[in-house]
Design a protein around this ligand. Structure first.
Ligand SMILES: [Zn+2]
Ligand SMILES: [Zn+2]
Length: 138
């Protein structure tokens, strides 16, 4: 089973793109905020607390023409982040660098190069940087 996809679901909940069915959003935001502030020990400590508070309850499910597969319910979101942290590193949980954007992301790039939550924010930031350079050149 692909736990990284659960980490992506956690991102969608934090960014408000999925409903916060389990009341986890504030806690997930804190994990990303700590990781982004390079408070890695605190981020892991909070994840451990959340893992205990929201245990994984696997259920076998079939829907939308897919075969039987496992659903992890609420604990899956926390478990997904725990998998990213242990397999890729705490620094893979990040906050968007674009101005006025408070979205988060999981960096699964091979060179840890991700800075923005979306292509939209990346291009917006590039335009802003270009304009700033032009101003400085004058
Ligand atoms: Zn399913
Ligand atoms: Zn963004």
């Amino acid at each position: 089973m692909d736990l990284t996809s659960y980490a992506e679901l956690a991102v969608l909940v934090v960014n408000g793109e999925l409903p916060d069915e389990y009341g986890l959003r504030e806690e997930l935001i804190s994990v990303f905020a700590l990781a982004d502030a390079e408070k890695h020990d605190e981020a892991v400590e909070l994840l451990n607390t959340l893992l205990a508070r929201h245990p994984v309850h696997p259920q076998i499910s079939a829907h939308d023409g897919q075969g039987w597969h496992l659903h992890l319910a609420e604990g899956g979101l926390v478990m997904g982040l725990a998998a990213v942290v242990t397999e890729l590193g705490v620094d893979r949980l990040g906050g968007c660098r674009a101005q006025r954007c408070s979205n988060v992301f999981v960096d699964t790039s091979s060179n840890r190069s991700r800075r923005y939550c979306s292509e939209r924010c990346a291009s917006r930031a590039n335009v802003a940087a270009y304009r700033a350079r032009r101003r400085n050149d004058r």
